[in-house]
Write a protein of this length. Structure first.
Length: 767
């Protein structure tokens, strides 16, 4: 290659730059030409900056979820300001406003809260923070979700219910965010809910802040706070606009109104649903759940970080779940955790260390529901899987706020005994509810129970979010075309840790349970919940007593012994043992989770009704029939976790529950047999029982004969003791006699003193 020699530094620099530019152009041509040819051959145009993200990667923005407790007070404001300030400092600087990190302000509308009771001063402080320059690095979205409990909001002092939504001065905070999003069926408005009368100061605050933010037009905001304000959609020669009452009068006076529509009438403040607010405020949104909102915001739902304003240090509590998880284990874990987390200053980080091949579906679901019920602001829950969590055990892990796994961990996969299709179908509503609350795909939860289910991994073309969807779920989505099918979900042999991390199911890879403490930066090792020897012995006893073959004998002996006590009061021992058998029956099933206080109270009330029928108001029949039915129903419900069988598994368990009723009935019949045949001949009980009187041959001789009246002075012999009445033999006949009060022993000679009617008075001749 010929290289020209420069004559000076300037010439050298210019020529070098020319050769460098020429080399770059040649390299671009060499590299770009094959790429263009390949793209042309495949029919795919090459577009700059439009490359699809790799599998598992996302173009979605960073997002945080901040939960705002209702009603808004001083503590809520301080916590929210703390967390928003921290997020603003952590947010990266971006050029385009639509690339800013997203902060979703979720208003906690569950537990019947609707914003009523929020203080204006506190709401104004938080609204000013959202309107300030400090929040310019973030995109704030006020999210009003559907209440988890479905509890409607009610006006104070009125029986009628308002539609679920956000009311009171919490509305001021929402309209000062960058945008407002409402879940389907939710409304926003009635900001004057807590005001006894029209407040001009509050109206000015709403007018100024709404005019500053422009999230919601000022006339719309005023219609929510001022009961005297109307709202009109006006078409003029200059275009369409929103106008209040005064502005409407000005336009009509000037003759500019071509057409008008009344959107809100004066007399009561207005409220708007998502679709209505979106028409009035283009920046507002209506979304179907948090997943729909995430898709609209180009946010990966699985990577939304939940932030809390709590500045408490983390105090850990660890529970190990090893082996098969049955109902007794789940009940003990719930009671142990509850006793450690409900006390003031107790643990606020619950770590579940899971290594389980599966478990009872009802028991695991009950524990999962308990775990998901914790408020993350008070107690944060985390699950660590070191080896495996199969079947229902995986549902417990997915119910936690955070899921941590080791590199060799597996979720789901085949487990024993498995679950039938009809049982899985019956659990669909429960899995859907749990998925919504824990931001998990319902199909993911379903795959943990049924690894053979037809579930696909789908990626959103716009956001890069990866979700697990069944074919029916995908086809039912409004944006189904945006969700590209990547392939079947890899759960046939268990979901590996790497696949779970790729799809955003796990929060982090942590190799040991000790590293979990480091991950959460715990200052002290967490308290480990382990059963004591007494707890282990009680659990073992409960498992034995809850066995159907043992339980039926408890019912048999319980009813037989109690019936024996009622028939022969005063014995004591049968009544004590019978009561003990019934206590063991309900106690074992209570620890097993199948019996609750409802069944126990039903049994006691039923027994009370039976006793009322026998001793208080006999002959009515209502209390007796109701009592017997309540006792039978309580015995059956205590032996099972369902009321009416919904699938083949529950139907197969029903005969075992009915066997308990048969045992109780057998005990009743057994008591009758024992009382008639066994106890009268037993050496000990024979002395305690009273035998019925039996006629002797001498007494029976007088049966059917005419009344015998001896003459005074006739003598005879006392047959029984005369105290003072008894029987005596006179002239060969046994008759009833009486003395004048003196006791006469049997076989003593007596003499008739007088006879009056059928009364024969005698006296002793033996002194």
């Amino acid at each position: 290659m010929f290289v020209p020699v420069p004559s000076s530094n300037a010439a050298m620099s210019g020529r070098t730059g020319s050769w460098l530019l020429l080399g770059i152009c040649m390299a671009t041509l060499i590299v770009g030409l094959p790429v263009g040819l390949v793209a042309a051959a495949s029919g795919c145009p090459v577009q700059a900056n439009q490359a699809e993200p790799a599998d598992g990667q996302s173009r979605s923005r960073q997002a945080w979820l901040v939960r705002i407790q209702l009603p808004i007070g001083h503590q809520t404001v301080q916590q929210t300001k703390l967390v928003l300030g921290n997020l603003a400092q952590r947010a990266p600087v971006v050029i385009r406003p639509d690339e800013r990190p997203v902060v979703i302000l979720e208003f906690a509308t569950d537990r019947g809260q609707n914003g009523s009771g929020s203080q204006l001063a506190d709401c104004m402080e938080l609204a000013q923070l959202l309107s300030g320059e400090e929040m310019n690095r973030l995109q704030t979205v006020a999210w009003i979700p559907s209440p988890r409990g479905g509890v409607p909001a009610s006006l104070p002092g009125q029986a009628t219910a308002l539609p679920p939504g956000l009311y009171g001065h919490a509305v001021l905070v929402a309209i000062c965010a960058d945008s407002v999003a409402l879940d389907r069926g939710m409304v926003i408005g009635r900001a004057d809910l807590d005001l006894p009368r029209r407040d001009p100061l509050a109206i000015d605050i709403y007018r100024n802040l709404a005019g500053q933010r422009l999230t919601v037009p000022a006339p719309v905001a005023l219609s929510m706070i001022d009961p005297n304000e109307s709202l009109f959609s006006v078409k003029t020669s200059d275009g369409e606009l929103l106008a209040g009452g005064e502005r409407m009068e000005e336009l009509e006076t000037a003759g500019k109104v071509i057409e008008s529509t009344t959107l809100a009438e004066a007399g009561r403040t207005a409220s708007y649903d998502g679709a209505g607010l979106q028409r009035l405020a283009p920046g507002s949104r209506s979304a179907a759940g948090l997943a729909g909102l995430a898709a609209r915001l180009r946010v990966d739902l699985s990577r939304i970080e939940s932030e809390t304003g709590s500045d408490r240090k983390l105090i850990g509590l660890r529970q190990e779940l090893n082996g098969y998880i049955d109902s007794q284990t789940a009940e003990w874990v719930i009671r142990a955790i509850d006793s450690r987390t409900r006390k003031e200053g107790s643990a606020n980080l619950l770590i579940l260390s899971i290594n389980s091949p599966g478990g009872d579906v009802e028991a695991c679901l009950k524990l999962a529901r308990y775990i998901s019920g914790f408020d993350s602001d008070q107690v944060r829950t985390a699950a660590w899987i070191g080896d495996q969590a199969r079947g229902p055990a995986a549902l417990i892990a997915l119910a936690c706020d955070h899921l941590l796994v080791s590199s060799k961990a597996e979720l789901g996969g085949a487990w024993k005994p498995g679950i039938s299709e009809e049982a899985l179908a019956a659990l669909e509503p429960e899995l859907f509810r749990m998925g919504e609350e824990e931001l998990r795909d319902p199909a993911l939860l379903r795959a943990m129970l049924d690894p053979d289910a037809e579930i696909n991994r789908c990626r959103n073309r716009l956001t890069g979010q990866v979700r697990w969807l069944s074919p029916d779920e995908r086809s039912a989505m409004n944006d189904a075309d945006d969700w590209q099918i990547l392939g079947p979900a890899p759960v046939a042999n268990g979901l590996s840790a790497s696949d779970a991390e790729r799809d955003g199911i796990v929060r982090a890879m942590v190799e040991s349970v000790g590293e979990v403490d480091v991950y959460y930066q715990l200052e002290a090792p967490p308290e480990i919940l382990t059963p004591t020897r007494t707890d282990a012995a009680l659990l073992s006893l409960a498992r034995t007593m809850a066995n159907p073959m043992i339980s039926v004998w408890l019912m048999f002996l319980g009813f037989m012994l109690i019936m024996t006590e009622l028939s022969q009061p005063g014995l004591g021992l049968p009544g004590f043992l019978g009561t003990l058998c019934l206590i063991l029956y309900f106690w074992s099933h209570y620890l097993g989770g199948s019996a609750e206080w409802f069944e126990i109270l039903m049994f006691l009330v039923g027994v009370g009704f039976i006793l009322m029928e026998l001793f208080v108001i006999p002959g009515v029949g209502i209390f007796g029939i109701a009592g017997v039915l309540m006792v039978i129903v309580s015995i059956v419900l205590a032996a099972q976790t369902f009321v009416i069988p919904r699938n083949s598994e529950e139907l197969a368990q029903l005969p075992a529950s009915l066997m308990m009723v048969a045992g109780a009935g057998g005990g009743f019949l057994g008591a009758i047999f024992v009382l008639r045949k066994v106890l009268p001949n037993a050496p000990y009980f024979k002395r305690l029982m009273l035998e019925p009187p039996v006629s002797k041959p001498d007494f029976s001789k007088t049966a059917g004969e005419a009344l015998f009246l001896p003459a005074p002075g006739t003598r005879g012999v006392a047959v029984t003791r005369l105290i003072p009445a008894g029987k005596a033999r006179i002239d060969g006949r046994v008759v009833d006699v009486i003395t004048d009060g003196v006791c006469v022993e049997s076989k003593q000679k007596i003499e008739v003193v007088s006879v009056a009617g059928n009364r024969i008075e005698v006296r002793s001749l033996d002194g």
